[in-house]
Design a protein around this ligand. Structure first.
Ligand SMILES: *Cc1c(COP(=O)(O)O)cnc(C)c1O
Length: 427
């Protein structure tokens, strides 16, 4: 890929971008002067698809006009509302529709999945996670270990980067899985590490873990809607995700779950059951026996939160229309352009922690600002003053995620320009 410095080049890229019009379908927050902020924070909370507003309003209106009849008579009947999301959600994670379900929230889904898939014994009780893991995942795993009467001190294995390195080496994961595999009940890794943006080789991890008899699950919080996923072909046992980051489903949006078809008929095996996981054909006969839906739907517990699902539907429609293939192609170019500009314009002042090869990162780059505390503060303040929204992790790491659905090359160029004026020209 060949890039050039300067705003003219960025604008020419935007003019030639076949996905450029998708930006118009999102609400972009404004600066005080009325211009769009530079929003590079889709890794934390995706922007609002404008269509979400009308879809939520339609369900409020259906409730008002039909009340209980809307379960059947609404334009999108509430009884089958969640099923509507399955094809698009399945396409995003590389699964069959029967392997995915949109429900609950991420950490809740992680607990539900671990109740079924983390079945420790005295000899095989360990969980392998990455270091640093997202705190919620760590809390969830530790609490599950304790729930089974074991102690995280000798049941939790963490693999982190080597000293003075930023990302985890696949060979270190492999060594750990091969050495300790017979004592590991569950390998639970992310698709993309939230802090560094590193992509994990989920196909290889699944293969290695399962060869040792471990269950292998993934947390796709930062992967879904960001990178290409093939969970079914990889044969992963389960996965969970949230819908408010790259999926633009809104604050606290309903999350998702993948359960491989191999586990479709989960009869007489551990699971936390509820009536919404019951076969819909006989659910309302209200019998005493739980007859689960075959597939991921069988893990549903409660009635569906229609008002919360409407924005997720709006968002998944957009993903279906744009297609992950086109999105990841643009994403690769946009983030490569960001890396190019950071090196050209910021040089030694900023270190890129994220691996730069296309297959080893998604759209997010984690940037370490080198220099004194005063330099770092100046950079942080410059971003705020100029209406750049990105994620600053104390003391010195900026996470910037140009999202292919709504970010422009111009955004990337402006972002690096703000940092360059604060760090290079002012110093
Ligand atoms: C964002 C994120 C979460 C958030 O969990 P919720 O239950 O949705 O609040 C959990 N784990 C990871 C890895 C995340 O990136």
């Amino acid at each position: 890929m060949r890039f050039e410095r300067g705003l003219d080049f960025a604008r020419a890229q935007d003019a030639a971008d076949p996905l450029a019009s998708f930006r118009d379908r999102f609400a972009i927050p404004k600066r005080p002067d009325g211009t769009d902020v530079i929003y590079l924070c889709g890794n934390s909370l995706g922007l609002q698809p404008t269509e979400a507003v009308s879809l939520v309003r339609e369900e409020l209106e259906a409730w008002g006009a039909m009340a209980v009849s809307a379960h059947f008579a609404a334009e999108r009947p509430w009884l089958s509302y969640a099923d509507r999301l399955a094809p698009a959600a399945a396409a995003l994670v590389g699964a069959h529709p029967s392997e995915v379900v949109t429900m609950n929230t991420l950490t809740v889904n992680l607990h539900f999945m671990m109740v079924s898939f983390y079945r420790p014994t005295a000899d095989r009780r360990k969980v392998l996670i990455e270091q640093p893991a997202f705190p919620s995942d760590r809390y969830a795993v530790e609490s599950q270990i304790r729930l089974h009467g074991f102690d995280p001190a000798d049941s939790l294995i963490e693999v982190g980067p080597r000293p003075n390195e930023s990302v985890i080496r696949m060979e270190d994961l492999e060594t750990c899985i091969c050495a300790e595999g017979s004592t590991i009940a569950l390998v639970l890794l992310p698709g993309v590490n939230y802090y560094t943006g590193q992509v994990f080789d989920m196909a290889a991890i699944t293969r290695l873990g399962q060869a040792q008899g471990c269950v292998v699950g993934f947390d796709l919080a930062h992967a879904v809607g960001n990178i290409s996923l093939r969970l079914h072909d990889w044969n992963s046992d389960f996965a969970v995700w949230c819908s408010y980051k790259y999926l633009n489903g809104g604050p606290g949006a309903v999350g998702g779950c993948f359960v491989h078809d191999r586990h479709r008929d989960w009869l007489d095996k551990p699971r936390l059951a509820g009536w919404w996981g019951h076969d819909p054909a006989s659910r309302f006969q209200m019998g005493p026996d739980f007859i689960p839906i075959s597939g991921a739907g069988g893990w549903q517990v409660s009635n569906v939160p229609i008002l919360s699902l409407a924005p997720v539907l709006a968002s998944l429609d957009i993903f279906e229309e744009a297609g992950m293939e086109a999105l990841t192609a643009k994403s690769d170019r946009l983030t490569s352009y960001l890396a190019y500009l950071v090196r050209e314009e910021l040089g030694a002042r900023v270190e890129i922690l994220t691996p730069l090869e296309s297959g080893r990162r998604g759209c997010q780059l984690s940037l370490r600002v080198r220099g004194t505390r005063a330099d770092q503060r100046r950079a942080f303040e410059a971003l705020e003053t100029h209406g750049v929204v990105c994620d600053w992790r104390e003391p010195d790491v900026i996470r910037a995620a140009p999202v292919p659905l709504y970010n422009r090359f111009e955004d990337v160029c402006e972002f690096v320009g703000v940092l360059q004026r604060a760090l290079v020209l002012d110093s």
